[in-house]
Design a protein around this ligand. Structure first.
Ligand code: GAL
Length: 840
């Protein structure tokens, strides 16, 4: 390579997004695909894919049984190949430094350049980079990627293929490396301005390692200068420094921002740090690093503090799949998820149980969502036969390194997680050694964030000393161990790294109302009354109490914000269940009733008043008991059936009814009720379901109108909500959602259309299951469809699907030509609706 001391190779870095590839499962037949791509999501569903006959130790199972839907029942197992070509000029090929970067490739990618194997990675979730300087040639360069996914390598649907972006980055031989660029707020507090007045200031520590100079002669650095500047949101210069290049290329500096705009989930203000390299005053390289001015601390006095202010984390766990899009990342889909969660009042996500995509972290930065960025679901002891434990000993340090280097500049990330329910948590030797090693490595690469891991075997993790090591002791469930863990770990706080695992199906209400942690039904659904969970978990109400009553809890991450493919508990052994029931929203992203329970407690900006169940029951139900639950931030409400009061009730901190709603006799049972009800050894404590819910347990169904009136603190009517018995299906309602104001004509943007069957007056038909078909004309294409039914085997990528309890979500994609698309939805029996969507 020519190390150009005087001539500039490029005016600036060239980032080539490698989008168009050919893909094959057998290296014989190839098809053209766009990356990000998930080869398995189109299906078809079949229980034969990754059929696992296993015993899930984590769930306390004693014998192996067939787990048909455990990893989604989609064809992600096996091999896959991708190939593409890149055309380069002589100078690009011979004079530039070049890096090929993958944000993740599922799984075990091996990369070939012009027929030679040049490297790869083991873990499918991590970003990795290959230095291809000197390996490229003028003209056509062939890049090939070979992938393989083994059966029994995952506890959920991992997706398959090049599911995150691939880029080739060409730069001058002397260039800025984004992964050694590290920007963080090290101090926030009072400072003195130029006139001697006190003002708030932020101290920003900056470091970067300029590439291509180390070990080279002084002539390589001659005339090269580096400029580091902080720009505000509008791009206006705030502060900065100039440097000549030192021999090792390492530049460190401290910059002070006066009266900074702070980053919080509510005010996600982003500055940019611009690093520029000049040679003889000509620009040769430039990078922009997002800077959210914020500090993170956890202390025994303050708990979790963002910018010095204590807040309890209102978080959800999210798996990486995007429902019917599979694992292939898409900006609009990720924005939709984050906005949906934010609207509920959620302020944090845990990227369970693996490294997030860069795209997702960018969105969390800009929309304001805190993140626990996780790494592993297992270390050495395998949870599944062919899981990451095959690689852990050799790769763990490289995986943590890439996780932290790739993501440490995202202000959204507030903590790292080195593991989820790691079997070694109870091991005094191996568990302690690795917890210490991995946490130390996180600290070394990023001293600005605390480190956690989620423990499910609380006693074992305390006994071994592993829990005591962690900056943040994290408990998965085991709410009855919170007190003990708080006392045993001397940190002074406990995080609910994983909570709830309540199960429900959208729009399904099982009668009689039964609070139950082992309920299963013939139809493979769970009750939408939010009264069912698993033997190891609990209802949301228990976690709310823990957050409200225990000063040492610093927050929680609910399992999960949105349903995901795979792990269909409590139907692990029931075919055709193939996706989860844990979600607060279903797989299509439609809120279940539980969404409004969380919203009523978490969203402090807007009022919530939500009634469940629906009020369209058959003739046979007239006069029968249909309990009604209302989720509201108001503490008091009155319910009316066709104008007849069912009683005015208040939320109740004290337990005076059992969970089934029966009045308890004798003296009232008082709090605390913070234990998981049926956690072994803690059977006496029952959840109080009247503290966060308003429940009328003896309502007798009559068709007509169900109305709830909520009262404020002064007893005045504050808000009213009405639902009505629906008549026969008459109309389809189409409600489009786009990430931005307009749908972008970039061939990639998505419009999500919620389709609801209603009667002639617009009342939702809550049990409609019509088979719908979809067609798109003009500047758009059908992308996928999902109805949130965990037992449906209809393919997401075929333009037809049944409504599930009256609804589904249709997703359409823009083309690259601005214009209009017309979307038509029909049940083929006379009910049709169309909608026009403009793309710009
Ligand atoms: C947890 C585990 C999650 C999920 C969940 C289901 O123990 O960390 O990945 O399996 O249980 O309740």
């Amino acid at each position: 390579m020519l190390v150009s001391a005087s001539a500039n190779v490029l005016a600036e870095r060239k980032v080539m997004n490698l989008k168009t590839w050919e893909f094959s499962r057998d290296q014989a037949q190839w098809e053209t695909v766009q990356v990000p791509h998930d080869w398995a999501i189109a299906g078809p569903f079949d229980k034969k894919w990754d059929l696992q006959v296993v015993r899930i130790e984590q769930n306390n199972e004693k014998k192996a049984t067939e787990k048909s839907g455990r990893s989604g029942s989609l064809p992600w197992i096996g091999k896959g190949w991708y190939r593409t070509t890149v055309n380069l000029t002589k100078s690009e090929a011979e004079d530039c430094a070049a890096v090929l970067q993958f944000d993740g490739a599922m799984a075990e990618p091996k990369v070939f350049l012009n027929g030679e194997e040049i490297g790869g990675w083991a873990y499918g979730y991590n970003a990795f980079r290959l230095n291809v300087t000197n390996l490229l040639k003028e003209g056509e360069n062939k890049i090939e990627v070979a992938l393989q996914n083994l059966e029994e390598s995952s506890r959920w649907y991992p997706g398959a293929g090049l599911y995150r972006p691939v880029q080739l980055v060409l730069t001058d031989p002397v260039n800025i490396d984004p992964w050694t660029t590290y920007v963080r707020t090290t101090r926030l507090g009072d400072g003195v301005d130029n006139h001697g007045r006190t003002e708030q200031q932020a101290v920003i520590d900056y470091e970067t390692h300029i590439q291509g100079v180390r070990g080279e002669g002084a002539d390589v650095r001659k005339g090269v200068a580096c400029v580091v500047e902080i720009l505000d949101k509008q791009g206006v210069f705030q502060t900065g420094s100039h440097f000549d290049l030192p021999a090792d290329g390492i530049i460190t500096t401290q910059l002070t921002l006066s009266k900074p705009n702070l980053w919080t989930p509510e005010t996600p203000y982003l500055y940019k740090v611009r690093t520029r390299l000049f040679r003889n005053n000509k620009l040769i390289d430039e990078t922009l690093t997002p800077l959210g001015v914020r500090t993170v601390e956890v202390t025994s006095e303050g708990g979790f503090m963002l910018n010095g202010k204590t807040r309890k984390i209102k978080g959800v766990c999210l798996h990486h799949d995007l429902g019917p899009l599979g694992a292939a990342v898409n900006e609009a889909a990720l924005i939709r998820q984050i906005k949906l969660m934010k609207e509920m009042g959620c302020d944090a996500i845990r990227t369970s149980h693996n490294m997030p995509s860069t795209m997702q972290m960018d969105i969390c930065d800009s929309l304001g969502m805190m993140v626990m960025a996780e790494s592993f679901d297992m270390w050495i002891y395998p949870k599944v036969k062919n899981g990451y434990s095959r690689f852990f000993k050799e790769w763990a340090q490289w995986d943590i390194t890439n996780l932290v280097l790739n993501h440490r500049n995202h202000p959204s990330i507030v903590m790292w997680s080195i593991g989820n329910e790691i079997p070694e948590q109870g091991d005094k030797n191996v568990g302690v050694e690795w917890a210490q090693k991995l946490q130390d490595l996180c600290h070394k690469l990023d001293p600005s964030r605390p480190v956690t891991q989620g423990f499910d075997r609380a006693d074992a993790a305390m006994g071994s000393g592993v829990m005591q090591i962690m900056d943040i002791p994290g408990l998965n469930y085991r709410t009855n161990k919170y007190d003990k863990a708080y006392k045993n770990t001397t940190k002074g706080f406990i995080l609910g790294t994983e909570t709830a695992s309540t199960v429900s199906s959208r729009g399904v209400y099982k009668l009689p109302y039964k609070v139950n942690n082992r309920a299963v039904y013939k139809d493979g659904q769970c009750s939408g009354y939010d009264n069912e969970w698993c033997p190891w978990s609990n209802l949301p109400d228990v976690d709310f109490e823990n957050m409200d009553d225990l000063p040492y809890t610093i927050g929680q991450f609910v399992w999960t914000g949105i349903d995901y493919l795979g792990e269909p508990t409590p139907y692990d052994e029931y075919w055709p269940s193939r996706s989860s029931y844990f979600g607060i929203c279903d797989l299509a992203g439609l809120p279940k009733d539980r969404y409004y329970l969380y919203r009523s407690v978490w969203n402090k900006d807007e009022h919530t008043l939500h009634i469940a169940p629906h009020w369209t029951w058959g003739k046979a139900m007239v006069g029968k008991v249909v309990p009604v639950q209302v989720y509201s931030d108001y503490d008091e409400a009155e319910l009316f059936v066709n104008g007849k009061s069912q009683g005015r009730i208040r939320k109740n901190k004290l337990v005076n009814r059992d969970p089934q709603g029966n009045q308890l006799t004798g003296t009232e049972v008082t709090a605390p009720n913070r234990g998981s009800w049926d956690t072994p050894g803690n059977t006496a404590v029952q959840p109080n379901l009247d503290r966060y819910r308003l429940r009328w347990m003896n309502v007798k169904y009559q068709p007509g109108e169900l109305k709830v009136v909520a009262y404020d603190k002064d007893g005045k009517t504050a808000k009213t909500e009405v639902i009505r018995t629906a008549g026969p299906a008459a109309k389809l309602k189409l409600e489009p959602w786009t990430a931005g104001k307009d749908l972008k004509a970039d061939g990639n943007d998505l419009c999500y259309i919620t389709v609801t069957m209603t009667d002639k007056n617009g009342n939702m038909c809550p049990t409609a299951s019509d088979q719908l078909t979809f067609s798109v004309e003009g500047e758009g294409t059908f992308k996928c469809v999902c109805n949130g039914d965990a037992t449906s085997l209809e393919q997401f990528t075929k333009p037809t699907m049944k409504l599930f309890n009256g609804q589904l979500v249709l997703t359409v994609q823009s083309t690259t030509t601005p214009g209009t698309m017309t979307v038509k939805v029909t049940n083929g029996k006379g009910i049709t609706e169309t909608i026009a969507i403009a793309t710009k």
